[in-house]
Design a protein around this ligand. Structure first.
Ligand code: MV4
Length: 446
């Protein structure tokens, strides 16, 4: 097992990784920007290194500064967390070349999934269903029209190197193709410095359902059920739950088997998430995330498996300590993302937390890095805390969520807590009757 790990991240996820390290008995090194010297993960770590000025470009994305910190503190592994450099294959490769184990999949698997066309092709070859569309890039309006004739309207153009919904344009008929094609190319160029786009059939009202997998170096691959992340706004997830209210046990087992088979054939090692659009009882591959995700905790609550600890053990060359038949989905879990944002406009509200009380009691988990007197900086994302509640079934879980939300006190800043209180009382949320557009369509009437 590793002796010392550098955590190349900040905030709640850095605390989450640090907790796993402490429980295994691994020393921790925190790296931080200038303003982050009083961050909880820095205070809890055994050692810390300031890696640069506040802008992420100068610190958390500064590869040479992070490598220097790794050499200076003589760590034997590095955990990238989420966001920042966690899906940067070049970073993963350089870390490995410095004799530091990158806690994640191989650079080759990271870059394979980073290119959306290669990802789709690979995933399809290994038997996972994909959305009908162009074979690769579309290069002309004429070609787009030909493909659309085949798959039917509406269609969507997506950036090959895209993500987060940027560079996506819908065409409802042949007349809209030329405009959508050039708009998508323009946005792709602006956002990703690459104007390549591809085309798919547009699914109007799907859910976002993702499968968590974990794979070791010895060919063992296990799926840990799914998460329904459909309640989102502007591609920012707000509430996630497991199991999905839309999925039967039979459907879960069917997609689970397909995913495990594909991941085995790919030779993928580590934790990963295969994201799907789910419509009319059908799964369509969207993307694969090659890192731990923010919402991994809902899966931990229903499976009882510490995914971060398993991730570290796998990177250290250990075998998975459980098999598929050991994995049982127990009850229900919901994660509420408490963000420092206005609950109506979602405009960030950085500033000092002047009063703080987090809920507790049976089935309640808080993953957070903030404390009373902590000042949320303007430079990074706005996640303040994740409230995760677990219950024997969805009904108890929702009631527990409502109870826990009512106990939260966060003063000095606005948070999304108020929105969550409305969500858990909403009839459609209670019925599990929502899709990826539900929040944006219902925000005004909540
Ligand atoms: C789609 C789609 C509908 N049809 N693809 C958004 C982000 C990117 N990763 C993929 N996205 C979508 N792809 C087809 N063929 C709708 C979305 C989409 C979406 C997906 C998941 C979660 C939220 C979303 C919000 C808007 C659009």
């Amino acid at each position: 097992m590793f002796k010392k790990i550098l955590i190349a991240n900040r905030g709640d996820i850095a605390v989450r990784v640090l907790r796993a390290c402490k429980e295994i008995g691994i020393s921790t090194v925190a790296v931080h920007s200038e303003i982050d010297s009083n961050l909880m993960n820095v205070l809890l770590a055994d050692e810390s290194v300031c890696i640069g000025p506040n802008r992420a470009m100068d610190s958390y994305l500064n590869i040479s500064a992070i490598l220097s910190a790794a050499e200076l503190t003589r760590v034997d592994a590095l955990h990238p967390g989420v966001g920042f450099l966690s899906e940067n294959s070049k970073f993963a490769k350089i870390v490995g070349e410095h004799n530091v184990k990158f806690i994640g999949p191989s650079p080759e698997h990271i870059s394979m999934m980073g290119d959306k066309i290669i990802a789709k092709k690979t995933i399809f070859e290994f038997g996972i269903p994909i959305i009908p569309g162009s074979k690769g890039e579309v290069i002309s309006v004429q070609q787009s029209i030909e493909i659309a004739k085949d798959i039917g309207y509406p269609v969507i153009f997506k950036a090959t190197n895209g993500g987060g919904g940027k560079g996506m344009k819908i065409a409802n008929n042949e007349d809209e193709i030329a405009n959508a094609f050039s708009m998508a190319k323009g946005e792709a160029k602006t956002n990703f410095n690459d104007d390549n786009v591809y085309m798919e059939k547009y699914l109007a009202n799907p859910r976002h359902i993702e499968i968590q997998i974990i794979a070791d170096n010895y060919g063992n691959v296990v799926y840990l059920g799914e998460r329904d992340c459909s309640i989102q706004r502007n591609h920012q997830k707000l509430l996630e739950e497991s199991p999905s209210p839309a999925l039967s046990k039979k459907d879960r087992e069917k997609i689970g088997k397909i995913v495990v088979n594909a991941i085995s054939k790919m030779g993928y090692v580590g934790v990963g998430t295969i994201e799907f659009l789910y419509e009319n009882n059908e799964f369509f591959f969207m993307e694969m995330n090659t890192r731990i995700q923010v919402e991994h905790s809902v899966t931990e609550m229903v499976t009882g498996i510490d995914i971060v600890k398993e991730q570290i053990r796998i990177a250290a060359g250990e075998k998975l300590s459980f098999s598929q038949s050991d994995v049982k989905i127990n009850g229900h879990a919901i994660e509420f993302r408490i963000n420092a944002e206005d609950p109506q406009t979602f405009i960030p509200t950085p500033g000092m937390i002047t009063e703080l009380y987090f809920p507790g009691g049976i089935g309640v988990r808080i993953d957070s890095h903030v404390y009373r007197g902590y000042k949320i900086p303007q430079y990074y994302d706005s996640l303040v805390a994740k409230l995760i509640v677990h219950g024997k079934d969805r009904e108890e879980c929702l009631a527990r969520g409502e109870r826990a939300l009512s106990e939260i006190v966060i003063e000095g800043i606005s948070t999304t807590t108020e929105l969550h209180k409305k969500l858990v009382q909403n009839k459609e949320v209670i019925n599990g009757d929502y899709n990826i557009h539900w929040l944006e369509r219902n925000l005004k009437n909540l």
